[in-house]
Design a protein around this ligand. Structure first.
Ligand code: SF4
Ligand code: FES
Length: 238
């Protein structure tokens, strides 16, 4: 048996969060997400959590598992090498119920950066052509699954709800460095302010938290440089 200690909280009924303990049979290959389903089906049907793809692509099952942000669906219990597994929701975000957090702000900021390709007004007759070399410039950045682990881990986002957040800034870089996108100036204007790029304190939590091993901190640093250079170019005579 593996012991699961799961944070529970229903703001409609509870005064404060608590931790409930459940026993789950130890089975080879069992994931944390499957364990939560086991708990829901065998111990407490009211346990709330999000999941969808079960394949590490939809981003809905990100949570804090044994001290680290992980995707529950691709975390096998045996790999945690512990008889006790703690499961908590993403930090810093309002809990709607148990492991389900409110992602309204997260997606609002994502919308704010215009997360789609903005091409020249003259569109190609057929598809956009992108060379392998051009594509390599956005390798990794395109793999963000919007799981919100970085956002939940960021103390700046926790203290300033208006801060765009590491996910939105990484996505901005993903479009700025995409050869098909022609709106770099507008994109930099959308993020180069004190609730965007310049609010990031380079704490690196996002880089550590990302379950897809992406580097939002690095992307933010590159965008900061690009933004400063583009401002300098406008005022300097060379
Ligand atoms: S950058 Fe990583 S942690 Fe942040 S939303 Fe994307 S996949 Fe999740
Ligand atoms: S269920 Fe989709 S990422 Fe885990």
């Amino acid at each position: 048996m593996t012991t699961f200690k799961v944070l529970r909280f229903d703001p409609a009924k509870d005064k404060a969060p608590r931790v409930d303990t459940f026993e789950v049979p130890a089975e080879k290959g069992l994931t944390v997400l499957e364990s939560l389903y086991y708990i829901m089906e065998n111990h407490d049907g009211s346990l709330a959590f999000r999941s969808s793809c079960r394949a590490a692509v939809c981003g809905s099952c990100a949570m804090h598992i044994n001290g680290k942000y992980r995707l529950a669906c691709n975390t096998q219990v045996e790999t945690l090498k512990s008889d006790i597994i703690t499961v908590q929701p993403l930090a810093h975000l309002p809990i709607l119920k148990d492991l389900v957090v409110d992602l309204t702000n997260f997606f609002k900021h994502y919308d704010e950066i215009k997360p789609y390709i903005i091409p020249d007004s003259k569109l190609p007759e057929k598809e956009f052509v992108q060379s392998p070399k051009e594509r390599r410039k956005i390798d990794g950045m395109v793999d963000c699954i919007l799981c919100a682990a970085c956002y939940g881990s960021c103390p700046v986002a926790a203290g300033e709800p208006g801060y765009l957040g590491p996910h939105a800034l990484l996505k901005t870089a993903r479009f700025v460095y995409d050869s098909r996108d022609k709106s770099t100036k507008e994109r930099l204007q959308l993020v180069a302010h004190n609730k965007g790029l310049f609010r990031c304190h380079t704490i690196f939590n996002c880089q550590i938290a990302c379950p897809k091993n992406l580097d939002p901190s690095g992307a933010i640093a590159k965008l900061k440089m690009k933004s400063v250079w583009s401002s300098l170019k406008e005022i300097l005579p060379f």
